[in-house]
Design a protein around this ligand. Structure first.
Ligand SMILES: *Cc1c(COP(=O)(O)O)cnc(C)c1O
Length: 217
């Protein structure tokens, strides 16, 4: 199947309240244009340099999401155009995003990346750390960031019930925050291998790459 058909297929199978981020990392701009030309406008990259260069090359009405780890010193490179940062994992990073967004005279939507996997390599905040940031005076003073929700990645495993339980725990944390924070509307969970489980467990934003483009080299 073509790239466009792959995207259409996923979109036709997911509930209408779930949005698809097409993850374009490692794929050239002309491939992304193929998806754009059939009407898809939300794309995700995990590296800042690649995000910047693709933003320069491609139509300006694309909604670019940063889904990978963000270093503080690189925030300024994306602050003028990024639509959603999925990977906020420290107060220090959030402060820098707020500062850069202020210079650009805009509000940047962010998600807290929450660590739910049983793997040592993944980034993210614990539930407690996320709560601490939300209740800090520093955060309450920030006018140029909005925490729109949470992102989490499940453990890379064949154990479906483990994946499901990790998503369940994030959804239940999310539900608790929604009551207290009106800005919380997005729960970003699920990739090619586990997006169906993620949707069953309450995801409303999935990030899919290899299922659309084929395996990355
Ligand atoms: C690469 C990546 C994805 C997409 O992974 P696939 O398995 O190719 O669908 C989703 N989320 C993040 C954070 C990624 O880095």
């Amino acid at each position: 199947m073509s790239l466009a058909e792959n995207i259409q297929k996923i979109k036709s199978e997911i509930p209408s309240q779930v949005k698809l981020v097409v993850v374009t990392k490692t794929h050239p701009a002309e491939k992304i244009l193929e998806a754009y030309n059939v009407g898809h406008k939300i794309f995700g990259e995990n590296r800042v340099q690649e995000l910047v260069s693709k933003h320069e090359q491609l139509p300006k009405d694309i909604e670019w999401h940063l889904i990978g780890h963000l270093q503080t010193n690189k925030v300024k490179m994306i602050a003028s155009f990024v639509s959603l940062i999925h990977s906020v994992d420290s107060l220090k990073l959030l402060k820098e995003i707020n500062k850069c967004a202020e210079k650009e005279n805009r509000v940047i939507d962010c998600l807290f990346q929450i660590y739910i996997a049983k793997e040592e390599t993944k980034f993210g905040l614990s539930f407690e750390e996320a709560e601490e940031i939300l209740s800090s005076e520093e955060f309450k003073q920030m006018k140029n960031v909005r925490i729109a929700g949470l992102m989490g990645m499940a453990t890379l495993t064949d154990n479906q019930s483990q994946i499901r339980n990790e998503f369940k725990s994030l959804k239940s944390f999310f539900d608790g925050l929604v009551i207290r924070h009106s800005s919380f509307i997005i729960l970003s969970m699920g990739m090619s291998s586990d997006y169906k489980i993620a949707i069953e467990e309450g995801s409303n934003l999935i990030r899919v790459g290899s299922l659309i483009f084929g395996e990355r080299k």
